[in-house]
Design a protein around this ligand. Structure first.
Ligand code: AHR
Length: 498
C-alpha cells in the first residue's frame, strides 16, 4: 500500500464555493432539447412538453444554473425565430451541427423549464452572425419591464414579468475557425465591446462573460485572452474557459487530465492578472469555465440536416468517471478565481443524463461524481497539503498519484474530502491530519471503482457502475487513516463540532 500524508486546517481557506460552480449547459444540439428535456409525446411530459423523468434527475444533480442556447449553435441563431406562436416559427438550417432547427423551444419555453427545474439561466448572445444591436434587443426583450416594442412583445407572448437574466455570454468560442462568423481577437474585442456597452445600457444590472480560448491547443492561446481582455477588461466580469478531455490510449495521460486543467486555469489567471497590472486596475477578473467534460471528439459523426439526430452521444465508462472526478477537484481547488463552471452538457449530448426517445432515462457513470460534489462540495474550499508519490505522464510531466480537494461546510459542520487515486496497482493510505477541527466523526466513505474500467451503464443494466459505501475509518486524536482503493474516486464525509 502506498502512503500519502494529507493535511487540512480549517483556517487555510482557498475561497467560498460559488454555487454556480455546479452549473451545466443545454445547447440546441442533437437530442439535448428535443427528446432530452422536451418531448411532448413522452408519458412523463407535463403540459408544456417537459419530461419529468429527466427533470427529476436534473434536480438530483442540484444544478443551480444552465447555459443556453449554445455553444456553436448560438453563433448562427436568431432568437426571434424561437418566440411567438409555435405554428408560426420557422424551420431553419443550423450550420453549426448540420441539423434542422424546428424552433419549437425558444427563450420563453426555456425560462419556463428553468423555473420548474429551479435553475437560473445563463444566456449567450449571437456574436457570430449577430450584431451588437441585436444583442441589445435580446436583452431588452428578456429584461426590460415594459412600454417598448420588444418588452411588450414578450408580454404578448405570455411573460408579463421580465425574465431578468443576470448572466450573459458575449458569444461562444469566437476564437475557433469552426465558429459561424469566427473573428480574430481584435475584431472580436471590438465587436464584443460594442455589444457589452449596449447590453449594459439596456440593463446595467447584468454580468457579462467574454469569450476566452476554446482550448489550449489552438495557436492563439493565450494571446487571444490577453487581447480580448485588453478591450473588455472594465466591461466584463468573467473570461470564459473551455476544455475537454479524451482518452487517446495512454491511461496515465488521461488520468492526469486534472493537471492539465489546473495548468490551463493558472495560465488564464496569469494572463488576466497581466492585463490587470497593465491597466493599473483594481478589478479582479474571474473565470467562467463554461464548458468542461470528457468528450470523445474523434467519434463525432454529423448527419445531413436531420431534426434532433443522436449526435455527440458519448457513453461514459468507469474510467471516464474517475477522470471526471479529478477535473471537479481541479475546479474546486481554484474556487478563488473560478466562480462559474458549466458541465457540458446536461442531457444526451456528452451528458450525465441519457434518454431514450419515448422511453426511459439513465444515469451515466459521470452522474455520480457530479452529484456528490454538487451536493457536498459546498461551503469553503480548504487548502489540502499533500505529500504523495508521483507517476509519470507524457503530456503532464510527473504528477501526484492522488488528486484531492476538501470542503468545509459551516452550516452543518461537515468536512468533505474528494480524492482520486490514479495508482493502477496499489491502494493508497491517506494519513489525514485534521486536528484543527474538533469532535471528528466519519459519516461515510463512498467509493466509485470496479474491476472493469470500460464498464458503462446501459438501459439493460442501469446500475452497472455506481458508488458503494465502504468501512468507515476510525478517528484518533484528530487524525484518520483512509484507504482509497487503486483506480478509484472517493468521497469521505466527516462531521465535526468546531
Ligand atoms: O459542447 C459541445 C460544443 O463544444 C459546443 O457547442 C462548443 O462551444 C464547443 O466546441
Amino acid at each position: 500500500m502506498k502512503k500519502v500524508k494529507y493535511f487540512v486546517d480549517k483556517n487555510y481557506k482557498i475561497s467560498e464555493v460559488d454555487p454556480r460552480m455546479f452549473a451545466s449547459f443545454i445547447e440546441h444540439l442533437g437530442r439535448a432539447v428535443y427528446t432530452g428535456i422536451y418531448e411532448p409525446d413522452h408519458p412523463t411530459a407535463d403540459d408544456q412538453g417537459f419530461r419529468q423523468d429527466v427533470m427529476e434527475l436534473i434536480k438530483e444533480l442540484k444544478v443551480p444554473m444552465v447555459r443556453y442556447p449554445g455553444g456553436n449553435f448560438v453563433s448562427g441563431y436568431n432568437w426571434r425565430d424561437g418566440i411567438g406562436p409555435k405554428e408560426d416559427r420557422p424551420r431553419r438550417l443550423d450550420y453549426a451541427w448540420r441539423t434542422t432547427e424546428t424552433n419549437e423551444v425558444g427563450i420563453d419555453e426555456f425560462v419556463d423549464w428553468a423555473k420548474k427545474a429551479d435553475i437560473e439561466p445563463m444566456i449567450a448572445v449571437n456574436l457570430g452572425t449577430g450584431t451588437p444591436q441585436d444583442a441589445g434587443y435580446f436583452v431588452e426583450y428578456c429584461n426590460h419591464p415594459g412600454d417598448t416594442d420588444l418588452s411588450e412583445l414578450r408580454k404578448k407572448n405570455g411573460h408579463e414579468e421580465p425574465h431578468n437574466f443576470k448572466l450573459w455570454c458575449l458569444g461562444n468560442e469566437m476564437d475557433g475557425p469552426w465558429q459561424i462568423g469566427h473573428l480574430n481577437a481584435d475584431d472580436y474585442g471590438k465587436k464584443a465591446l460594442e455589444a457589452a456597452k449596449i447590453m449594459k445600457w439596456v440593463d446595467p444590472t447584468i454580468e457579462l462573460v467574454a469569450c476566452g480560448s476554446s482550448n489550449a491547443e489552438i495557436p492563439t492561446f493565450p494571446e487571444w485572452d490577453r487581447t480580448v481582455l485588453e478591450y473588455l477588461y472594465e466591461q466584463v466580469d468573467y473570461i470564459s474557459c473551455h476544455r475537454y478531455y479524451e482518452n487517446f490510449g495512454n491511461i496515465e495521460d488521461f488520468l492526469g487530465s486534472f493537471a492539465d486543467m489546473e495548468k490551463f486555469i493558472n495560465t488564464i489567471v496569469s494572463t488576466a492578472d497581466y492585463v490587470k497590472a497593465k491597466k493599473r486596475s483594481n478589478k479582479t477578473m474571474y473565470l467562467s469555465f463554461d464548458e468542461w467534460n470528457v468528450w470523445y471528439q474523434k467519434k463525432i459523426k454529423l448527419t445531413d440536416w436531420e431534426v434532433a439526430p443522436p449526435i455527440l452521444e458519448d457513453i461514459y465508462s468507469l474510467l471516464d468517471a474517475l477522470v471526471f472526478g479529478g477535473l471537479m477537484c481541479s475546479l474546486l481547488k481554484h474556487a478563488d478565481r473560478v466562480k462559474i463552471a458549466c458541465l457540458a452538457q446536461l442531457v444526451n449530448v456528452i451528458a450525465p443524463i441519457f434518454t431514450r426517445k419515448g422511453g426511459a432515462v439513465l444515469k451515466q457513470t459521470t452522474f455520480y461524481p457530479f452529484q456528490q460534489v454538487s451536493t457536498y462540495g459546498r461551503g469553503e474550499v480548504l487548502n489540502v497539503l499533500l505529500d504523495a508519490p508521483t507517476f509519470k505522464t507524457n503530456l503532464h510531466g510527473e504528477i501526484p498519484i492522488v488528486q484531492s480537494t476538501a470542503t468545509y461546510n459551516k452550516e452543518d459542520n461537515t468536512i468533505t474530502i474528494f480524492a482520486l487515486n490514479c495508482d493502477q496497482i496499489d491502494d493508497v493510505e491517506l494519513s489525514a491530519e485534521l486536528r484543527s477541527f474538533g469532535g471528528l466523526k466519519v459519516i461515510e466513505h463512498v467509493v466509485l471503482d470496479g474491476p472493469d474500467l470500460n464498464a458503462t451503464n446501459t438501459f439493460e443494466n442501469p446500475e452497472n457502475v455506481k458508488p458503494r459505501n465502504v468501512d468507515i475509518p476510525e478517528v484518533r486524536e484528530g487524525s484518520l487513516n483512509i484507504v482509497i482503493p487503486k483506480l478509484s474516486w472517493n468521497m469521505i464525509r466527516i462531521s465535526c463540532n468546531k
